[in-house]
Design a protein around this ligand. Structure first.
Ligand SMILES: *Cc1c(COP(=O)(O)O)cnc(C)c1O
Length: 373
């Protein structure tokens, strides 16, 4: 079987290998069989291993997209009468604030500029002024802008004030190396279709088992999306409480094999090659970045629209899409940007091929890459 290969330069789902795609084609199985529970056990362990967690850490799997984990962590880990502090410098932390609002969770939305990393001193000051904060939440890599946040320092501040530190690592997990212990993280989360290069439908939280157990006493604000309830079911039965995404579990087991055989360092080096190739291609054509290079995650580039009326993102997108390359709109406030991302099973030569197509699009639509200011 040959499957057309598309190069996805959007921020996930990412380009996958054929071996991961084909791993989904398995005999029908009821996920309540012991054989299936056995697969989930290894999967849970490997998911913790990627972020170098020791026996104090566990992973809890859910059926759903990445946002589900944000919902789970926020609604499950807040004790009665306490507050969440969201260190917010982008679209994904703003989504966390919306989740707090939807549940009516007491929270402080510490809004900061979207074009630079979270200011750790501002986080510390807010913690000093508000001793009722029990949870600090942030996003490791704001995928909308490409800004990377200093989680180790934010986590240290959270811990100095006795708070639990939750980080959304959906767009760094299994790409940028993370050490959950050294990075001062209590809970992190991701989904299978981004860094792991697997399929959509499986997401997971990795975190401190003692804190999950302690959360059994916190208010239950959701039935399906409660961290302790799902954990407890796994501990008792080895299974997800409700129907798991069976085929995605098989794909993810294959993706993990491929992750460990490539290796953390080599994989990050490959993403870095792709990122550098994206920067080179953009610079050759005269495009500008929105975010300062030293603030970037190494995975997403936010590119400013050129000041030429012939520029039309949709037309350029369609031209590239028809030729097997997917580019993606931006998500940084009102700034006019699009994104090129270094996720997935791609390498520098794919980016060289992409820029041939992209340049043809620019030329055929008569676009001048210039900036008036
Ligand atoms: C992709 C992503 C999510 C999850 O988005 P879904 O559409 O629910 O998969 C959450 N946080 C970050 C930082 C992301 O990049």
């Amino acid at each position: 079987m040959t499957i057309k290969r598309n190069v996805l330069l959007n921020p996930g789902p990412a380009t996958t290998t054929d071996t991961v795609k084909l791993a989904q084609v398995v005999p029908d199985i009821c996920p309540r069989e012991k054989d299936f529970a056995g697969l989930m056990k290894g999967l849970r362990r490997d998911i913790v291993r990627i972020v170098h967690g020791d026996e104090r850490y566990t992973s809890v799997l859910f059926c759903g997209s990445g946002t589900l984990n944000m919902d789970v962590c926020l609604n499950s880990l807040l004790p009665e009468g306490k507050k969440i502090l969201v260190a917010n410098n982008g679209a994904y932390s703003s989504r966390a604030v919306e989740i707090c609002e939807a549940y009516g969770l007491p929270h402080i939305n510490l809004k900061m500029p979207v074009e630079q990393p979270v200011d750790v001193d501002a986080v510390e000051k807010t913690l000093v002024d508000n001793p009722d904060i029990a949870v600090v939440y942030t996003t490791h890599h704001e995928t909308g802008s490409g800004v990377l946040n200093p989680i180790r320092e934010i986590g240290a501040a959270a811990h100095r004030h006795g708070c639990t530190f939750i980080v959304d690592t959906t767009s760094t997990y299994a790409m940028r190396p993370i050490n959950i212990i050294e990075d001062n993280v209590d809970f992190l989360m991701a989904s299978a279709q981004k860094g792991l290069q697997s399929m959509t439908g499986l997401s997971f939280v990795v975190g401190r088992e003692d804190l999950i157990r302690a959360s059994a006493a916190f208010p239950k604000r959701s039935y399906y999306c409660n961290l302790f309830l799902q954990y407890d079911y796994f501990e008792k039965t080895g299974e997800m409480h409700f129907t798991p995404p069976v085929q995605t579990v098989y794909a993810t087991i294959q993706a993990l094999k491929e992750y460990f055989s490539e290796g953390e360092t080599a994989k990050w080096a490959r993403h870095t090659r792709v990122f550098e190739a994206i920067h080179k291609g953009l610079a050759d054509l005269g495009f500008r970045n929105l975010i300062k290079r030293e603030y970037q995650s190494g995975l997403v580039v936010s590119v400013c629209y050129p000041d030429d009326p012939n520029w039309n993102f949709e037309k350029v997108h369609d031209y590239c899409y028809e030729r097997g390359f997917t580019i993606y709109p931006g998500k940084v406030g009102s700034a006019k940007t699009f994104r090129l991302c270094a996720l997935g099973q791609i390498d520098a030569p794919d980016i060289v091929e992409f820029f041939k197509v992209f340049k043809n699009a620019i030329d055929s639509f008569g676009i001048q890459v210039r900036y008036d200011s």
